[in-house]
Design a protein around this ligand. Structure first.
Ligand code: ADP
Ligand code: ZN
Ligand code: ZN
Length: 734
């Protein structure tokens, strides 16, 4: 057990020049028990920005090898740590600082490998966090609580896996298309990072499965990591992998699992028993000693970027990890990120080309045509039209033939604002610079930023007018509207039209999403309304029409990535229609994607119409090159939060001045501090500063030397009012 008072704080490892924290530097009475012959530098979870430095030094009786998990005293607690560096002999002498002794080592567990530690170190440096924070966040939470004996027991319980069993499906493999065959051949023959650009339904997943199968058959110790952007896409993929490789071979890692499940998966990956690790962005940090292949499916998806704490990109780390460990990396998408697309450009003239190998699979399997894109010019519709007559006709025809339609609107709730026509009152959130959304189902006004929720007032809170009205439209209201429109319409068997909605509100309960999706798959829904949740990944078989009813907002956003996101979302949505060529043929139907817009001539829609990702990407990249934006420049955001906007901005501006003298400053632009687009959330004012450079190295150099200055600045009077500050490297939205 840890000794109690007086408890000294562990000393920062000498490598870091971080100041010793607190006032507890007095040597403890029992600081140098005999036999503690080794100094161990250990990564522990220190609070963010505690300025404790990266590693803490302890004394140990044995030279524990790097990667060993140990318990160590920290303040008044005992915490989990990872031995990070080679142990240093104390040679009988105690160093200047009194070192606290390490606690028990969890030596039933094989030490974490050097490659894993390198990944963590790289991520910590690159994203400006501490090693301990990244390392400990990467371990399953339950490891922190288990004693050495409990862990040993847990390890014994683990099932032993033999060679991967050939399952029925594996024995009866479908013949690959020529495009799949060609892609697979190049992945087999070459090494490095591949960008697999395949239309929705082109059979990318089948290519991943084959690559994994070939790898596992060839190399009995090899493991593969397969990443998907969202938890709700894991069950489908997990089922496909388990059907192919057997239950035992596959484990999942995502935040929707219980702690014991996560620990079991993690241990199976770490021990090599699991041949395939499947997961969301957190899985990029799993310990996978035999890693030989990484797949990042839907690599463009914003969910790969962690948006709080350590703001890492799991996609980018996967590429780095693949390089470090000599594992092949396959990035797959129908609409790659412009970064990856650019990085896979072929050589041309003086340009040696990008570092990724580009593989294209333009055709849909089973010769399913991509849906015809129909643009509805909303300028020609009567004012206040929600769904144009032509679109309603098209949906009606689907209903009559027993086919399904999907309507996509990226805004949940009934209406984004509730307003009083008499006095101008609007449903503002008292804590945020945003409106509270009207949810009619439970008659609440809910802030989607801070969660503040109230019952809808009976009358205007400002003037008493009883006629307060919803403004705008969310999925709830669209669902209601459709129900009214189709109330009199009958399905082929004479029954009523079935309309369903899938969004974050409809799927809050555990298992709700699965059952709602199952209902769609089973054909129990005629018209499905939903947010981007329904646009991604799902292999719907009977949907022949997809409509986006209000996508214009993103066309003129201040965020330069908004068009890229919109294009991929619309392509993804379109990809839900007509996935089953045989079904289409039997129905005598064609698949259609409808878009209602006030800007039907916009180049984005022109490219979408031809399913021409390449044309869209070229146009966007030309714009970005001319404007010096990513991928032709590298960015970071420095953000500060305070009770007052002026305090947050002042902190950033002083920080920018302080950066003037730092290495790299001359080729790194620091823009003036500005409020975030949603300036206040939960009564906190937020400001940010964009930092940009044509050189990634220069940006990294500057950020690294800036960190200590920022920590210091926080302790000056100017920093007093700052609640928190953070750095976001390669930010997704600015
Ligand atoms: P993607 O991941 O590119 O959207 P999938 O891999 O999910 O596409 O493939 C779409 C559908 O086509 C799936 O139902 C899959 O089983 C099927 N499929 C894939 N490859 C083949 C093939 N070579 N022959 C027949 N069907 C295939
Ligand atoms: Zn009013
Ligand atoms: Zn709020």
């Amino acid at each position: 057990m840890p000794r109690r008072s007086p408890i000294p704080t562990a000393s920062p490892a000498p490598e870091t020049d971080a100041p010793t924290p607190g006032d507890s530097a007095a040597p403890p009475p029992d600081s140098a028990p005999a036999g503690l012959a080794w100094r161990l530098d250990i990564a522990v979870q220190t609070p963010a920005h505690a300025a404790l430095g990266d590693l803490l030094s302890y004394a140990g009786a044995a030279p524990l090898v790097p990667g060993t998990l140990v318990r160590v005293p920290l303040g008044r607690r005992e915490v989990l740590g990872v031995v990070w560096n080679e142990p240093v002999s104390l040679d009988g002498a105690q160093p200047d600082m009194a070192l606290k002794p390490v606690g028990a080592a969890l030596d039933a567990l094989a030490p974490l490998g050097e490659a894993w530690r390198d990944l963590v170190t790289f991520a910590a440096r690159y994203y400006q966090r501490s090693i301990g924070e990244i390392a400990l966040a990467a371990l399953p939470p339950q490891l922190r609580d288990l004693t050495t004996t409990q862990l040993a027991r847990r390890l014994k319980r683990k099932t032993t896996t033999g060679p991967v069993a050939e399952t029925a499906e594996a024995a009866n493999l479908i013949a690959l298309s020529p495009e799949q065959t060609a892609a697979l051949a190049r992945i087999e023959a070459e090494s490095g990072t591949f960008l697999l650009v395949g239309s929705t339904g082109s059979g990318k997943t089948e290519v991943y499965l084959r690559c994994v199968a070939d790898l596992l058959a060839r190399d009995p110790g090899a493991q593969a990591l397969v990443m998907v952007p969202e938890i709700n896409l894991t069950p489908q993929l997990e089922a496909r992998f388990k059907a192919r490789f057997g239950e035992e071979a596959v484990v999942s890692l995502h935040s929707g699992m219980t702690n014991p499940q996560r620990l079991a998966s993690w241990l199976a990956a770490h021990s090599g028993a699991a041949r395939i690790v499947l997961g969301t962005r957190m899985a990029v940090f799993a310990s996978i000693p035999g890693l030989k292949l990484i797949v990042v499916d839907e690599e463009h998806d914003p969910s790969y970027k962690q948006q709080e704490g350590a703001r890492y990109s799991a996609r980018d780390l996967a590429v780095w990890r693949g390089q470090r460990e000599g594992a092949k990396v396959i990035l797959g998408s129908a609409t790659p990120s412009l970064e990856s697309w650019h990085q896979s450009r072929p050589a041309e003239g003086d340009d040696p080309g990008g570092r990724y190998v580009r593989l294209e699979m333009p055709s849909r399997i089973g010769a399913g045509e991509l849906p015809a894109v129909r643009l509805v010019d909303m300028n020609l519709q009567p004012p206040k039209t929600v769904l144009s007559g032509a679109l309603l006709d098209a949906i009606g025809q689907r209903i009559a033939r027993g086919e399904q339609s999907m309507i996509f609107l990226n805004r949940r709730g009934y209406a984004p604002v509730l307003a009083c026509g008499d006095c101008g009152w609007k449903s503002e959130c008292p804590h945020c610079s945003a409106y509270r959304v009207f949810h009619k189902i439970d008659r609440t006004l809910r802030c989607h930023h801070c969660g503040f929720t109230e019952r809808v007032p009976r009358a205007c809170p400002a003037c008493g007018n009883p006629d307060i009205a919803p403004v705008g439209r969310g999925t709830e209201r669209l669902e209601e509207h459709l129900a009214e429109l189709f109330a009199a319409v009958k399905r082929p068997d004479g029954s009523a039209v079935r309309i369903a909605r899938i969004d974050a509100d409809s799927t809050k309960k555990q298992g709700a999403l699965e059952s709602q999706l199952a209902a769609v798959h089973a054909g129990e829904v005629d018209v499905l309304v939903g947010t981007q949740m329904i646009a991604k990944g799902h292999d719907f078989r009977r949907i022949t029409l997809v409509a986006a009813v209000n996508p214009d907002g993103a066309l003129f956003s201040s965020d330069f990535r908004a068009p890229e996101r919109l294009f991929s979302l619309l392509m993804q949505s379109a990809g839900r229609a007509g996935r089953d060529a045989a079904y289409l043929a039997a129905q005598g139907a064609t698949a259609e994607m409808w878009i209602q817009t006030f800007h039907s001539q916009h180049p984005l829609f022109m490219a979408l119409r031809k399913h021409d990702y390449a044309a869209f990407a070229k146009q966007q990249l030309d714009e970005r090159r001319a404007a010096g934006m990513p991928p032709f420049a590298f960015q970071a955001l420095l953000r500060a939060d305070a009770r007052e906007q002026s305090v947050a901005q002042a902190f950033l501006n002083i920080a920018a001045d302080a950066a003037e003298a730092l290495p790299g400053a001359d080729i790194v632009t620091r823009y003036p501090a500005v409020p975030l687009s949603i300036q206040r959330v939960a009564d906190v004012e937020r400001a940010q500063m964009l930092i940009e450079s044509p050189s990634r190295a220069a940006l990294q150099r500057l950020l690294a030397s800036w960190q200590p200055l920022l920590h210091e600045l926080r302790r000056t009077p100017e920093g007093k009012g700052v609640i928190r500050w953070l750095v976001d490297v390669d930010p997704h939205s600015i």
